[in-house]
Design a protein. Structure first.
Length: 449
């Protein structure tokens, strides 16, 4: 007899590795992880663990697979579309910044010692070079306006007063060059502002615009195509007549975008092997993501199709719960497929285990610095596999959330991160590695515990 999802020929372990209770628990969890899939008998439950890849190793394989095939041509991207990309060319100053002497404050541009006669017309930002000043003369000036030639300093509005004759007096001492931003104070034309590899943040966009750029040269976003599989899925309305609502179609595309990808298409295919093969072979995306069909049930077509097209299977199952039937395959030199389990939380596990490191590497993003927090309570572990548990962050603690079964989204919807629980579980107060979610909402007091 074989474990759920175990294909013929998989090696079996000695039966005395597990007691009866643990073996039954494994079988039950395997059934939960494969939503809607027909389980095979349970005699080779240990062989599945032999074939599966440890969780941390699977993530490294995904990152390395993209790194080995990283031949992506940089693209010129308008500033409005560049947020989150990585610079593929240095950002060099196209002009001096500022490009002319400007006023740092509202006030008066003054020449020589006071008091000063004030001109009738002031100087505003965005206007041409004003007439030069002579000693004893002042002119009203706005922040950002060009400084008249021969200006000694800018006297702030709050530091000046006019007498009955309209002459301007300083109420405190001023020094030469005060509140003037000289040309080139921030940079000179040709200076390198930011190096290759810089992540484009809102501040980077602002700097690029100030330096005269309309576009930046960047590593392109990885292109992803999503194939949602399953005849049992509804796209609207309530579940009925044995059919369920598709949660992955609405969830995966924005999640992939949050991971830096461009989602080029989402296709609903159902349990149709020919249509699935056609969709996979026709795709021109960098990454194809499928949902469901990764185990060994009667309508699980992903493995046979990958074998039929000569794909290289890099990861075939991962020692992680939920989500262990996930897979990673290389379809072409520059194209990969990540097969996610059909259960929603199991699919999230697959997304963060295999798709995230691959997409991160393709986009040239640095790996996040790992960090840990103590758990507020003990978490039961799997005997052999890593567990990913939704948590919320409260101060210096990670609070595990309930509703964390493979088919459940209630926990992850309220979560800030996933706790990486090692085999055997974690004690209360034990430091545990965390995977941040792209939209972490720490501090919002919503906690289903």
């Amino acid at each position: 007899m074989t474990a759920p999802g175990t294909r013929a020929g998989a090696p079996a372990e000695d039966s005395d590795d597990l007691d009866v209770e643990e073996a039954l628990a494994l079988v039950r969890e395997a059934k939960d992880d494969r939503a809607g899939q027909v389980p095979a008998p349970a005699g080779q439950v240990h062989g599945e663990r032999h074939r599966a890849t440890p969780w941390a190793q699977a993530r490294e394989i995904a990152a390395r697979a993209a790194r080995a095939r990283l031949r992506r041509t940089p693209v010129s991207v308008p500033l409005g579309d560049a947020l989150g990309l990585v610079l593929a060319a240095p950002l060099d100053a196209l002009t001096d910044l500022p490009s002319f002497d400007t006023s740092a404050m509202d006030g008066w541009a003054v020449a020589g010692p006071g008091p000063w006669d004030v001109r009738d017309e002031g100087v505003l930002a965005g206007h041409a070079q004003p007439e030069s000043l002579t000693d004893g003369e002042a002119v009203r000036i706005a922040t950002g306006a060009r400084i008249p030639a021969d200006t000694t300093a800018v006297l702030r509005s709050e530091h000046g007063r006019t007498d009955a004759q309209g002459r301007l007096h300083a109420t405190r001492e001023i020094v030469h060059g005060q509140d003037i931003r000289p040309r080139g104070q921030e940079c000179r034309s040709g200076d390198q502002l930011l190096p290759v590899g810089t992540r484009v943040t809102p501040a980077v966009l602002g700097l690029a615009a100030a330096a005269g750029y309309d576009t930046v040269t960047a590593v392109p976003r990885p292109r992803v195509e999503v194939l949602v599989l399953g005849d049992e899925l509804l796209t609207e309305g309530r579940p009925r007549d044995g059919l369920i609502r598709d949660a992955l179609g609405p969830m995966l595309p924005p999640w992939l975008r949050a991971l830096g990808a461009e989602v080029v298409a989402v296709h609903r295919i159902g349990d149709d092997a020919k249509a699935l093969r056609r969709a996979v072979t026709d795709s021109t995306a960098d990454l194809v993501v499928t949902t469901g069909g990764t185990a060994g049930g009667p309508v699980d077509h992903v493995h046979p199709i990958l074998e039929g097209i000569g794909a290289e299977l890099l990861v075939d199952g991962v020692k992680v719960r939920p989500g262990h039937p996930m897979l990673l395959a290389r379809i072409k030199d520059d194209q990969h497929l990540v097969g996610l389990p059909g259960n929603p939380l199991a699919a999230v596990s697959g997304l963060l285990t295999l798709a995230e490191p691959l997409l991160r590497t393709l986009a040239a993003h640095p790996a996040p610095e790992p960090y840990t927090l103590p758990l507020s309570e003990a978490v039961q572990g799997h005997p052999y596999d890593t567990r990913l548990i939704p948590v919320v962050l409260r101060g210096d603690r990670a609070v595990p959330l309930h509703y964390n079964g493979p088919a459940m989204l209630r926990g992850i919807a309220a979560a800030d991160a996933l706790a990486v629980v090692p085999p055997g579980g974690a004690r209360q107060g034990e430091e545990t590695e965390l995977l941040d979610l792209p939209w972490a909402t720490a501090g919002i007091e919503v906690c289903f515990t």
